[in-house]
Design a protein around this ligand. Structure first.
Ligand SMILES: [Zn+2]
Length: 319
């Protein structure tokens, strides 16, 4: 829907072009609704009463009517917008803001940018979008060679916890997050230099039973037993060999950081920098939602403007 007019534009100009193309395409509530319907029609609209999938469209009510039982389904119903009172235009502007930058926006900033009076509906909308991003990501698995490592993320904690807990591992002001990165070894045929390249990532908050969390994440993230996993020698990874072809462990040192676990470490430090710069404080129970957004955008880093269209689709299917 959005068009990159000149691929050679610098990033700043590209962003400006995006804003122009966004406002050119979505200048009213109606234009957003038409686009949303167009995208929803490409998915299957299922009748909530009888499960039938053929419908009439009643323009005057912005609703589908089931051809079998005449039950009506509004344009929002069955999508992540269904219980929201915010307009389609507000949702669209928010999806645009979330997909326009790598860094993201806090709900507070979105509220300010859109000039909305109440914070809570904005907060709920943004978290629903982050949840939908996570659902979309859950559809995909990783393959080939995979780097795995834990990152310790600062989370909001009570003053008491700050004063009594030691920093780092096991601290109540930190949360453990497992990161996975596909890692393909490429050799330059002329120079013989070996490099690792990465396409897709995953990130999951772990609870106290870290080994269980690691096992569960592995089961959900790969569907090919030919996978090779690289980790350091942490005890959280003791069962990995049960799920994959080969589990290679290396002692954690500078060399490992630069080579064997290069991409997973880059992702962890980028996520930390991103969260510190954009959000004031993150509560443990919402950390996964922020990670969803980070990974969703990271995995679509070459999509350009198509991230916006994909996010609209995720909002339709992500309930
Ligand atoms: Zn029906």
């Amino acid at each position: 829907m959005l068009i990159i007019q000149n691929k050679c534009l610098s990033m700043s100009k590209l962003t400006i072009m995006n804003i122009f193309s966004f406002t050119a395409n979505f200048d009213s509530e109606e234009s957003c609704r038409f686009h949303f319907k167009e995208e929803r029609d490409k998915q299957v609209v299922v009748c909530h009463r009888c499960g039938h999938t053929e419908h009439y469209w009643i323009k005057s009510r912005w609703s589908y009517e089931c051809k079998n039982c005449n039950s009506r389904t509004s344009l929002r119903s069955g999508t992540i917008m269904q219980s929201s009172k915010l307009s389609f235009l507000v949702w669209y502007k928010t999806m645009f803001l979330l997909s326009a930058t790598k860094k993201g926006f806090s709900s507070k900033e979105i509220q300010r940018q859109l000039g909305l009076k109440r914070y809570e509906p904005v907060w709920a909308m943004v978290h629903k979008l982050r949840k939908a991003m996570g659902k979309r990501e859950d559809r995909y698995t990783l393959e080939g060679m995979i780097e795995m490592d834990e990152g310790y993320f600062t989370i909001e904690a009570s003053e008491h916890a700050h004063q009594t807990q030691k920093a780092g591992r096991g601290s109540k002001t930190k949360s453990n997050v497992m990161f996975m990165a596909e890692s393909t070894i490429l050799e330059d045929v002329e120079t013989g230099i070996i490099e690792r390249q990465s396409r897709y990532f995953k990130a999951k908050v772990l609870d106290d039973h870290k080994a269980d969390g690691t096992d569960e994440m592995l089961q959900k993230s790969i569907d090919d037993e030919q996978t090779i996993v690289f980790t350091d020698k942490s005890t959280s990874y003791i069962n990995i060999a049960d799920y994959v072809e080969l589990h290679i462990t290396e002692k954690s040192n500078e060399q490992t950081t630069k080579e064997t676990l290069k991409w997973v470490h880059i992702a962890i430090s980028n996520a930390k920098r991103n969260f510190t710069g954009t959000y004031h404080k993150i509560k443990r129970k919402y950390l996964q939602l922020y990670l969803n957004e980070f990974v969703y955008k990271l995995n679509r880093r070459y999509f350009g403007n198509r991230i916006f269209d994909r996010l609209v689709i995720a909002s339709i299917t992500g309930l």
